[in-house]
Design a protein around this ligand. Structure first.
Ligand SMILES: Nc1nc2c(c(=O)[nH]1)N[C@H]1C(S)=C(S)[C@@H](COP(=O)(O)O)O[C@H]1N2
Ligand SMILES: [Mo]
Length: 202
């Protein structure tokens, strides 16, 4: 019957890489920033692993570039319902940064991501370890644009994109969960796009 054919036709057209409630933004890449876009010179840039790590460690731009590189190829999903499919980011794995800082102390359960601008976001430690998160400075082979977090941003692509903090300056390991900027303002604590964890209570 026509109805059945139409139903299956539409199902086939929906890209299986799109989580529920998301649309493909195609070649576009919306900019979503709560604060003013900073201009950060790589000469002044630093990134730190701090809190419950083996030893607090801070990298300069040249030092972080010299770490073993790692890339992500896949999709990103914003809570405002756009997804961007088949992108690539290059940088360094959070696992590499954490290992260089002597690993996590046994009591560490969560991280608070800090930024050069004051933005924060919180995650379970397990969501930024095991090959799931990166500090990135290259997008599709080009230096990461300033409005998208350049010189470097966190990338946690399996969660909604507000967890991918732009202009990231540190990961602070904690023995408890501490809500970040959007999490204090009604967004879900974890933000899994496949479970549509958009807002508190979802
Ligand atoms: N420092 C900072 N990082 C941030 C944000 C922000 O406002 N400030 N917005 C978050 C949100 S809500 C999203 S969807 C993505 C947007 O990244 P984009 O502007 O590169 O698309 O960055 C996340 N990281
Ligand atoms: Mo977002």
């Amino acid at each position: 019957m026509d109805v059945t054919k139409g139903f299956f036709g539409r199902s086939r057209e929906r890209d299986p890489r799109l989580p529920p409630g998301q649309y493909d933004t195609g070649s576009g890449w919306p900019v979503l920033t709560a604060e003013a876009t900073p201009s950060i010179d790589t000469a002044d840039w630093t990134f730190a692993m701090k809190g419950l790590v083996g030893q607090r460690t801070t990298w300069t731009w040249d030092e972080v570039q010299a770490l073993p590189p790692s890339t992500y190829e896949g999709d990103i999903h914003c809570v405002t319902t756009w997804s961007k499919l088949g992108v690539s980011f290059a940088g360094v794995s959070v696992d590499t940064l954490l290992a260089a800082a002597g690993g996590a102390q046994p009591s560490a359960t969560h991280v608070l991501v800090e930024c050069h601008t004051g933005y924060t976001t919180n995650l379970p430690l397990a969501d930024v370890t095991g090959g799931k998160a990166w500090l990135t400075w290259e997008f599709d082979g080009q230096p990461l644009a300033r409005e998208h977090g350049g010189p470097a941003r966190l990338l946690v692509p399996h969660l909604y994109f507000w967890k991918s903090a732009k202009w990231a300056s540190a990961l602070r390991l904690l023995d408890h969960d501490e809500a970040g900027f959007w999490e204090q303002n009604g967004y879900h604590d974890r933000g899994d796009p496949w479970l549509e964890q958009r807002y508190q209570g979802d």
